[in-house]
Design a protein around this ligand. Structure first.
Ligand SMILES: *[C@@H]1O[C@H](CO)[C@@H](O)[C@H](O)[C@H]1NC(C)=O
Length: 171
């Protein structure tokens, strides 16, 4: 898919999302602003139980939070100005194109959590980009004194591999 097609799809998706909403009741009587958000309660229950070992602040939470950053940080206006693809930020590309992005030096070690998360995203039919940010936001709530991160759904499930060298090294 070309970059231009991707942008057109993104614009269409925004237009579709921006319709008036009616409050919806989801599983276990929980309510949300729109029925399309109900799926996130199911994802929540599933990952707390089966990805985060019953709501723990463990290795999977640490790695999930790390993954939110490694998916999102490759976004370079400078490359775009040079007429090159500079990444689209939190687009799920690190999961969709994991064979490419996990080979980047700065992404060493993220392959394990990507493989652990992917089946949940596929099972619940949510986009990889949304899933990665949701898992990170949910995960940190398991850690005492951790932040409450806002989660916004609606990322497309199409992406191009981010270019290398945009994820900063720890030093
Ligand atoms: C998202 O794309 C991946 C392939 O990159 C696919 O396996 C997955 O089923 C897709 N999910 C949705 C919700 O379309």
């Amino acid at each position: 898919m070309s970059f231009k097609t991707l942008i057109t799809l993104a614009t269409l998706a925004l237009a579709v999302v921006a319709v008036p909403t009616k409050r919806a009741t989801c599983s276990n009587g929980r309510t949300t602003a729109h029925a399309s958000c109900c799926v996130w309660f199911d994802v929540l229950d599933d990952i707390q139980e089966n990805l985060f070992d019953g709501g723990e602040c463990g290795e999977e939470v640490h790695e999930s939070l790390r993954l939110t950053f490694h998916d999102a940080i490759p976004f370079s206006p400078k490359l775009f100005l040079q007429g090159k693809f500079g990444g689209l930020g939190a687009d799920g590309s690190i999961m969709a194109h994991s064979e490419i992005e996990t080979a980047f030096h700065a992404n060493a070690g993220v392959d394990e959590i990507i493989e652990a998360q992917r089946p949940f995203a596929i099972k619940h039919k949510v986009s990889f980009g949304d899933f990665i940010q949701f898992a990170g936001a949910v995960g940190v709530t398991n850690c005492a004194g951790g932040p409450r991160l806002e989660f916004l759904a609606g990322r497309l499930n199409v992406s191009l591999p981010a270019p290398d060298l945009l994820v900063p090294e720890p030093r």
